[in-house]
Write a protein of this length. Sequence first.
Length: 82
Amino acid sequence: MSNENYRITAMEEKLAHLEKMCEELSDLANEQGTMIGYLKAKLNVAHSKLEALEQDVHSQSGDNDQGLSVSEIAARDKPPHY
């Protein structure tokens, strides 16, 4: 095998490896995009539930809790054994 044929074969092998790596990275990026979409949807659901809970707490506690978050209300109203 001549030196020229060896170089061409080596370049073809490198190209094949690069194409495979590129395809694997593309698949990984698609997978991560799908996971990000799923996690964003779950976060939106959790955010909606938290907002509903905060509104419920505010509506039950009266005006003196206006503007406080659920965490702040819980910290203020913690039981005496804490």
